[in-house]
Structures are given as C-alpha cells and as structure tokens.
Design a protein around this ligand. Structure first.
Ligand SMILES: Cc1cc2nc3c(=O)[nH]c(=O)nc-3n(C[C@H](O)[C@H](O)[C@H](O)COP(=O)(O)O)c2cc1C
Length: 163
C-alpha cells in the first residue's frame, strides 16, 4: 500500500496535453505502477474536493492515455458531517465510472469523524465503524494498491455490513 501524492499538481489545462509537466507524469506513472487505487476522501459542498477532481482530470488525459481505464478502484471517506461523505463518494463513483475504472461496490464506508473516534494508536473508540485492514480492499484486486488521499491525515476504517 503506497500513497500517491497529488498536492503539487497544478490546475489541469488541456494545453498541457502535448507536454505534461514532470509532476503530472510522475502522478500518472504512480497510478500505472499499482494494481488498484483506494480513494480516501472528505466531502466538500456535497461533492469531492476540487484538488481530487483536478488530480483525476490529470490522470484521465491526454486523450487516449486515461490512467484509470480498467484500473480497479475503491472509495471510502470521512468528514464531520452526519452523512460522512456519502454524496461526495457517489460523485466520485460517477466520475470513476466515466473513467472506465472497475469499482469495488462493497464494502462501503461513510465515516462521521468526531474528536476521539480514533486513538493515537489507531484504535476505533466507537462501535459503529470497525477497523478493517485497508489492504483488504486492495486484496480483492491484488496488491499493491495505490492510495489517493486529497486531505492528508485521513484514516482508513470502514464498516462492512454489506460485505
Ligand atoms: C469548502 C468545504 C466544504 C465542505 N463541505 C462539506 C460537505 O459538504 N459535507 C461534509 O460532511 N463536510 C464538509 N466539509 C468538511 C470537510 O469534510 C472537513 O473539513 C474534512 O473532513 C476535513 O476535516 P478538517 O477540516 O477537520 O481537517 C467541508 C469543508 C470545506 C473546507
């Protein structure tokens, strides 16, 4: 499991398609190097953060070189809101569908983050989310998996009631 950084990507512009900057080449290379991608996202205005959409736009281009085509993916997320990124995750699933990424439909994880939910040792203090090894997600498609986390510091527990 490795994290694929996106914070240094400039705003995507189609003018780059003829000559991608190094940081965007490295981003696409990192996705190409993994068997699957686990997205761990917060929710911004009932969608995904612009930084994450920008990163996906970079990966999806130039035309004909879409990094997510047939690249398995999974989505989980957490935010302080009551619905724990549910709408943001659905938007992300829609985008990944268009990008032709086969998605893991279950397990789902909509985690409302509250102070103290996770201890410094990674222990979950609430009965609702069960702390499952994130590699379980990747294992459905084979390791290693890349992890795209638009907001550093997010954690990776999820509930598996539909597993
Ligand atoms: C611009 C913006 C929009 C947000 N919109 C939502 C939202 O629609 N739903 C939600 O649950 N949380 C929303 N949040 C809260 C973020 O999900 C939250 O900031 C994120 O989980 C990171 O937590 P932190 O700000 O405590 O680091 C929003 C935050 C920002 C900055």
């Amino acid at each position: 499991m490795m994290e694929i950084p996106l914070k240094d990507l400039p705003l995507y512009n189609r003018d780059y398609d003829g000559d991608y900057p190094q940081v965007a080449r490295e981003f696409k290379d990192a996705i190409a190097a993994v068997d699957a991608v686990l997205f761990v996202t917060p929710e911004y205005n009932r969608s995904i953060p612009g930084a994450l959409k920008n990163a996906i736009d970079w990966a999806s281009r130039p035309y004909g070189k879409n990094s997510f085509a047939r690249k398995p993916s999974a989505v989980i997320g957490t935010s302080p809101g009551k619905i724990g990124t549910a709408i943001g995750q659905q938007h992300l699933r829609s985008i990944l569908g268009f990008c032709n990424s086969p998605q893991m439909n279950a397990v789902e994880a909509y985690i409302q983050f509250e102070p103290g939910l996770i201890t410094d040792d990674g222990e979950v203090t609430n009965d609702t989310p069960r702390n499952v090894e994130p590699s379980r997600c990747a294992s459905q498609h084979g390791d290693p998996a890349g992890v795209i986390v638009p907001h550093p510091g997010f954690f990776l527990p999820w509930s598996d009631t539909n597993a």
